[in-house]
Design a binder for this molecule. Structure first.
Ligand code: 5AD
Ligand code: SF4
Length: 439
């Protein structure tokens, strides 16, 4: 048998890219590749890229600059660029870095095995189509290897919301939901291979409306059906838009034991003037009412969010409204970003906020979020929570897992093995994790 060829994938950006990288590695497995953990030993390097902010996109070119050295030393090395930068920049990537052999967008990577064969014969190959066919239907069945206890599963892709700052509708395309039966099959298969927690992924996951046997299913219906799978202990989903939080999904948070009490619900800004300019189609008040309804269904739920500071024309008063909203909600965690101009999006044309102003606002917002995050974490001390153990800790016998609320929890030995879901009493709150003991 020919010796396996070696594939190194570097993944940037969101969880969907993590999922896509797994699927791309599996697809190239059919061409005789095994994954390795360093670029130096690889026969093929694939960068799975992110285009959401300028910095993320620029990282790709600096990484390609470094890869150039490897290619000069080993001309047979193949270099590919996948993901959202591939989609947005296409042939421009090969113009800027001629040693790139292959460029593949996020909706056409089922064609990767064929593209790899062509690149192997010396061709430069590029595919950034939004094909008619569904890539998941064209990909080979997933191999049966054992896996870790937590997995991602893409159920929906793309976005029709067109927030004025966001490249996603252009790089991932229009909103598409996978058929429910395919998702259930994939989930059962993951559970057979050792998975106990599944995070359902979509750019607008709560807008899910995939075909079911009796008409379109909502995300709530999908979650209720997934919850019937024996051996699947936990379900999460991300990322949601406030306007797609239907009554049935809110109710599921109160009724479905397997649906975890943690919800990522980005609002971006607390100023109605800015929300309007962002084309978010909701107000700050509407968001606060929604949070109330979710908390009425599941009082202990931890919320997380995304915030953009320094959106074009954001004033100090607008920014203050964002801080007020954060105070009113009380987040368990949050991600915050300085507005980054994305070519081709409507906000790129608007009057920009000075960089120093953005820096200063980001610091103030992050200080507030950090306080809330700490308070939420410290509030866990003394409580009993479920923990799904995932991997050994640094000290002998220690294990690390995730709580129901997505906090990292460390338990000293003798601790349960990976894949065990245990009740844990929280003893202490450290900067990046909780310390607990099994009950
Ligand atoms: N600039 C800064 N942050 C952005 N995000 C999306 N586009 C931009 C941009 N142009 C943030 C939003 C989104 C998260 C995934 O990234 O907060 O929710
Ligand atoms: Fe981007 Fe999310 Fe807005 Fe869609 S809903 S345009 S993915 S920020």
């Amino acid at each position: 048998m020919a010796e396996a060829r070696k594939l190194y994938i570097r993944t940037y950006g969101c969880q969907m890219n993590v999922y896509d990288s797994e699927r791309m590695a599996e697809a190239l497995g059919g061409n005789g590749y095994v994954e390795v953990s360093s670029p130096e030993e690889a026969d093929m390097i694939l960068l799975n890229t992110c285009h959401i902010r300028e910095k993320a996109a620029e990282k790709v070119y600096s990484e390609l600059g470094r890869m150039r050295e490897l290619k000069l030393a080993r001309p047979d090395l193949k270099i590919g660029v996948a993901g959202c930068v591939a989609q947005a920049e296409g042939a421009e990537i090969m113009r800027r870095q001629p040693m790139v052999d292959l460029v593949v967008g996020p909706q056409s990577y089922h064609r990767l095995p064929e593209m790899e064969r062509e690149a192997g014969q010396g061709a430069k190959v590029l595919d950034t189509d939004f094909p008619e066919e569904d890539k998941f239907e064209k990909l080979e069945a997933r191999p049966k290897a054992k896996r870790g206890p937590a997995a991602f599963l893409t159920v929906q892709e793309g976005c029709d919301k067109f927030c004025a700052f966001c490249v996603v509708p252009y790089t991932r395309g229009a909103e598409v939901s996978r058929p429910a039966s395919r998702i259930l099959d994939e989930a059962r298969d993951l559970v057979d291979r050792g998975v106990r927690e599944i995070t359902l992924l979509g750019q607008n996951v709560n807008a899910y409306h995939g075909a079911g046997p009796d008409g379109d299913w909502s995300l709530a219906r999908l979650i209720r059906e997934l919850a019937r799978i024996d051996g699947l202990a936990r379900i999460r989903f991300t990322t949601s838009h406030p306007n797609d939080m239907g009554d049935d999904l809110i109710a599921a948070h109160g009724e479905c034991d397997k649906l975890m009490p943690y919800l990522h619900l980005p609002v971006q800004s607390g100023s109605d003037r800015i929300l309007k300019r962002m084309n978010r189609q909701h107000t700050a008040e509407g968001y606060l009412r929604l949070v109330e309804r979710i908390r009425a269904a599941r009082p202990d739920i931890l919320l997380s969010g995304d915030f953009i500071v320094g959106f074009p024309e954001e004033t100090e008063a607008d920014f203050q409204a964002t801080l007020d909203l954060i105070e009113a909600v009380g987040y368990g965690s949050a991600f915050s970003f300085k507005y980054s101009t994305r070519p081709g999006t409507p906000a790129a044309e608007r009057p920009q906020v000075a960089e120093a102003e953005k820096d200063e606002r980001l610091q103030r917002l992050q200080a507030l979020i950090t306080r809330q995050q700490r308070a939420a974490q410290d509030g866990m001390v003394g409580r009993e929570v479920g923990v799904l153990f995932e991997k050994p800790g640094r000290m002998p016998g220690q294990m690390i897992g995730k709580s129901d609320y997505l906090h990292s929890v460390v338990v000293d030995g003798p601790a349960p093995e990976a894949g065990t879901l245990s009740r844990v009493r929280i003893l202490a709150s450290h900067p990046n994790s909780l310390l607990g003991e099994c009950i």
